[in-house]
Design a protein around this ligand. Sequence first.
Ligand SMILES: [Cu+2]
Length: 156
Amino acid sequence: MLKRSLVNVALSLALTVSWPLMAAAADHTGMAGTVERTKVPHKKTSSLDAQTVDGIKASAQLNDVREAMAKAGKEETHHLLVFFTNQAGAAIKSDVVAVKVTSPDGIEGQALPLHGMGLHYGVDLKLAQPGTYQFAVGTQFSDGKKRQFVFSTAVK
Ligand SMILES: [Cu+2]
């Protein structure tokens, strides 16, 4: 029975995530996450507290990308990554993912779409003021329910 359930897990993973997408996700993490974290003394990646709403867990990460962005002539300072998993821990896709960012001065911005980037959804953001930001992430999964996940973190 154990063997059979392992096969089922492997099958469902293969069905939900295609290999080229997984490779893209691995590259992305390598570039902005693990590699830099070991080289750079100050922390460029912060993990935000995971939220579970109605059986779906959302984990978020905020990467400081201002150096690379500035080199490319862009004003964005951070890349927000959001990962969704079901109760079995498998990555799942949402038809719509958007974020409303509230800046430290309490002003809520317009909804910005997050794009599917392999195993996560991501968007580049300009978080220019130091202080605590709130990220309200709206979703719609295949069950049609709208779920909102709210994260917050301090930015220097
Ligand atoms: Cu991304």
